[in-house]
Design a protein around this ligand. Structure first.
Ligand SMILES: C[S@@+](CC[C@H](N)C(=O)[O-])C[C@H]1O[C@@H](n2cnc3c(N)ncnc32)[C@H](O)[C@@H]1O
Ligand code: SF4
Length: 455
């Protein structure tokens, strides 16, 4: 096992987008974004996903890999919420109003830490501007340190029906080392309140590889998470990228686990969760068997966007609002200014805040489909994908610069099986699915060093 880890644990994209974010560039302008939004009305999928980014947290965790900070001025939160509303109106004015919204996701940062009147004002605006699908999923990422039973009721009243609780670890001594407050109330009570308020989906976010997370500590955290019976549990591998967030350096003094130790933690989580009946989904998600993610995986209809795993039914093209947020359209990615003040100033002048992005050509769109299929479903059917794009299997393989020889090592190591025009990633192969996806990435180049390691 040690050799296996040494061989495959190298920097590689997480493929939350294809091409990955380091390829986005500043040649993509606000005018390009406007054009892509208009074009998206007649592109796939027809449904709309909305992402709202809140770049504020009252206290910053040292391990954080998200785009967030403390507000520089208390008045900034209101100014930011007003800018979000303006941006929503600018985009909705370009969209075909018959397209249904199937998914809304509030992320951050800590959306539940801003005054609730701003959240409800934006939700009202969305309802007025768009047509909501009857089965719409409205999700919010919440830090339980700032969540009370009353808050749960208020959020449900605004239309939220799914919550991701950032638990990370249940142990105060682990949280203390990373400058994070524990849940304001016992997690079991909080989950009960959320369910009673009407949340159909409760997800727990955990992390492994944090300082102080010895195997017994992590085992206890997983067992406690299982005892709360959430619909989904995510076990994020701590991505230590101090060049992105220098405060990560502060956790180094406690010592970080070796690759082998981290892998053992992963395995502990995997074994406990699957023994408890959870179905492993993609790299790091676990869902109850009746959850729509598990069902989608069974039918090989699992999908992924920057907000996490989703099903092909709920996922639309993503229109993202707020600083640093990334819209994910059929033919383009567009990212807003990461600096929230710059974002506000642009929007206040009636301009889009696009700072960089990427327009995909046909070859890249096809490769994205292939990489998504491998990353989400551990499966690739060359014939199906070729048919969807109206080309032959030979043409598809040529576009991908496909060379079966590049998979020989994966096949010999029992990570990939190929039969006819179908490729399946084995259970062991899913551990290094990022490496396998890299074999289909014709653009891969020297940028790898900027990525986190694959295990
Ligand atoms: C936007 S954050 C969470 C929302 C909320 N602010 C919270 O902390 O509860 C989404 C999740 O990303 C995960 N995360 C943050 N930094 C990470 C890192 N460096 N490596 C892996 N996962 C990370 C955490 O599990 C976190 O709950
Ligand atoms: S993990 Fe959540 S609360 Fe902590 S700094 Fe990041 S976004 Fe904020």
């Amino acid at each position: 096992m040690k050799d296996f880890l040494t061989k495959y644990n190298r920097p590689g994209p997480r493929y939350t987008s294809y091409p990955p974010a380091p390829y986005f560039n500043e040649q993509f302008t606000p005018d390009d974004y406007r054009e892509s939004v208009i074009a998206s009305n007649s592109e796939e999928p027809p449904s709309i996903s909305i992402y709202i980014h809140i770049p504020f947290c009252p206290q910053l965790c040292y391990f954080c890999g998200c785009n967030t900070g403390k507000p520089k001025d208390p008045g900034d939160i209101k100014r930011y919420a007003d800018a979000l509303k303006e941006e929503i109106k600018m985009v909705s004015g370009l969209l075909d109003k018959n397209r249904p919204v199937t998914q809304i996701h509030w992320g951050g940062g800590t959306p539940n830490s801003i005054p609730y009147e701003y959240i409800s004002g934006i939700m009202e605006l969305l309802k007025a501007e768009f047509k909501f699908h009857k089965k719409i999923e409205v999700a919010i990422e919440c830090n339980p340190a700032y969540l009370s039973p009353e808050n749960a009721g208020e959020l449900a009243g605004m239309g939220f029906n799914r919550v991701s609780l950032g638990i990370q670890d249940f142990h105060g001594e682990v949280l203390e080392k990373v400058n994070r407050l524990p849940s304001a109330m016992p997690a079991e009570e909080l989950v009960k309140h959320l369910r009673k308020s009407g949340f159909e989906g409760v997800n727990l976010d955990l992390m492994y590889g944090l300082p102080g997370q010895t195997p017994p500590v992590y085992t206890d955290t997983i067992k406690k998470a299982i005892s709360l019976s959430p619909d989904r549990i995510v076990t994020f591998s701590y991505a230590h990228v101090p060049w992105f967030n220098p405060s990560m350096k502060k956790v180094e003094k406690f010592g970080l686990p070796s690759t082998g130790e981290k892998f053992n933690l992963f395995n502990t989580g995997y074994n406990l969760l699957t023994s408890a009946g959870y179905i492993p989904v993609g790299l790091d998600h676990y869902a109850l068997p009746e959850d729509e993610l598990s069902l989608a995986l069974k039918e090989r209809k699992l999908h992924r966007n920057f907000q996490g795993y989703c099903t092909k039914e709920t996922t639309g093209q993503v229109y993202a609002f707020g600083s640093s947020s990334i819209s994910q359209l059929w033919n383009a990615y567009s990212q807003n200014s990461k600096d929230y003040i710059r974002y506000i100033e642009k929007i206040e002048k009636g301009k889009f805040a696009t700072e960089r992005g990427y327009r995909l050509n046909r070859r890249e769109i096809i490769t994205r489909e292939v990489i998504n299929s491998i990353m989400c479903n551990g499966h690739l059917n060359f014939s199906d994908i070729a048919r969807n794009f109206g080309i032959s299997v030979d043409e598809l393989k040529e576009l991908l610069s496909y060379n079966q020889g590049s998979l020989d090592e994966f096949i010999e190591d029992g990570l990939v099986e190929i039969e006819g025009e179908e490729l399946n990633v084995t259970r062991r192969g899913m551990l290094v699915v990022r490496n396998i996806a890299m074999a289909f990435d014709f653009m891969i180049d020297g940028r790898q060093q900027r990525y986190s390691k694959t295990i």
